[in-house]
Design a protein around this ligand. Structure first.
Ligand SMILES: [Zn+2]
Length: 380
């Protein structure tokens, strides 16, 4: 079923169709056998993705928030260009910006806690009054490792008064992020701290191609939404984690309303910020026309971008996959075993092509490093 039109889930205006990618890939690097469509709101500029999937059912059953502290974690780039495990970075920033500023008995609510990668570290750091909410029963056992039963809420939003409300990479999956933020505001104690992390497509263009990210927030639009829901935003950080937006603020008695000039400004900003995505789409089309029959193709990156690129090249033979994440080494991905990039300098690939499948913001740098070892290096 083709979805003909959608209304913006933030401002209710009509959205225009921007693009329907040839392949739909989820944030878990899974291929969906259904087309997705990217939409742009004509009111506030917000981007949304629609796929013919029952998301409520999907998150309860199919989706598994695979990020596990110490397990299948991702690696991410930081401000200085170094790479770290996502949970290490997420927790370090959260600790610095929030936890170090509240007492150890502060009542903390994590909205969409998954398997408890942040909850676990929060409890281990001595914060005892932590409550976790998520949708899927499958998270219950993991969360009970850290929390007593009365502080694990599955499917039913907890009531009460919290001194800190937070969520990490959750609201982009939420079909009603405004409703969720209003709920979070409703359970805040006076001057409670809010801490929210979502992807930022301006610094990681692939977010706009991610099929299960129903919402794609521009940083300024996200901050405005938090203010509409009754939070005062004190920090908007788009630099500490490449490709992520972090908001810090507190519960406020003021609910901001967006007037027409502000909406127009947000719309312009959102459209400009999507320029890297438009370039990515062009490069994917180029890759598809030039590399479709390549007999010896190596991929750098074993995640989202590699899944998308390889699905667009069904006739190319993937001879190997490289990834910097040691937790992926030796696993099978896209028809080959994942190896460390260190292997590149030790072997000869001079007859082969390397396709760098990483966040476009960093892919050129990686591609340049390995150019001497391949016949051709192409970056997404
Ligand atoms: Zn809108």
């Amino acid at each position: 079923m083709k979805i003909e039109s959608v209304k913006c889930s933030l401002c209710k205006c009509d959205c225009l169709r921007v693009h329907s990618p040839e392949v739909s890939v989820t944030s878990e690097s899974r291929l969906l056998n259904k087309p997705s469509t990217l939409w742009s709101c004509q009111g506030c500029g917000h981007f949304m993705t629609s796929v013919d999937v029952d998301w409520g059912e999907y998150y309860r059953s199919t989706y598994d928030a695979t990020l596990v502290d110490g397990g299948a974690d991702e690696i991410v780039s930081t401000k200085d260009g170094s790479t770290v495990f996502r949970t290490d970075l997420d927790f370090a920033l959260y600790r610095e910006k929030v936890l170090d500023r509240v007492s150890k008995d502060a009542a903390i609510l994590e909205f969409g806690a998954g398997h408890g990668r942040i909850v676990g570290r929060t409890v281990a750091a001595g914060y005892q009054n932590v409550t976790a909410f998520d949708l899927g029963e499958k998270y219950q056992t993991s969360l009970l490792r850290w929390l007593p039963e009365e502080r694990v809420a599955i499917g039913r939003r907890p009531v009460g008064r919290f001194d800190v409300v937070c969520s990490f990479f959750v609201l982009e999956h939420d079909t009603d992020p405004r409703g969720s933020l209003e709920y979070l505001r409703s359970v805040c104690s006076e001057r409670a701290i809010v801490y929210l992390v979502v992807p930022n497509y301006e610094r990681n263009a692939g977010d706009l191609a991610c099929a299960d990210h129903v919402q794609h927030f521009h940083p300024e639009r996200f901050a405005a939404l938090a203010e509409e829901a009754g939070f005062a935003v004190t920090e908007l950080d788009c630099d500490s984690a490449v490709g992520a937006t972090i908001i810090v603020g507190h519960a406020s008695t003021v609910q901001v309303e967006l007037d027409a000039p502000r909406m127009a400004d947000l719309r312009d900003r959102a459209w400009r910020a999507a320029a890297p995505y438009r370039s990515l789409v062009e490069r994917l089309e180029l890759v598809q026309s030039e590399l479709s029959e390549v007999k010896s193709l190596y991929l750098y990156g074993a995640g989202f971008y590699a899944t998308m690129a390889s699905a667009m090249l069904p006739n190319a033979r993937v001879s190997g996959v490289f990834d910097q994440n040691p937790r992926k080494h030796g696993l099978e991905r896209l028809g080959a075993l994942v190896a460390s990039p260190d292997a590149i300098e030790q072997a000869g690939y001079i007859d082969s092509t390397l396709l760098v499948c990483l966040n476009p913001e960093i892919s050129a740098k990686v591609g340049g490093r390995f150019a001497p070892h391949f016949r051709r290096v192409q970056c997404l």
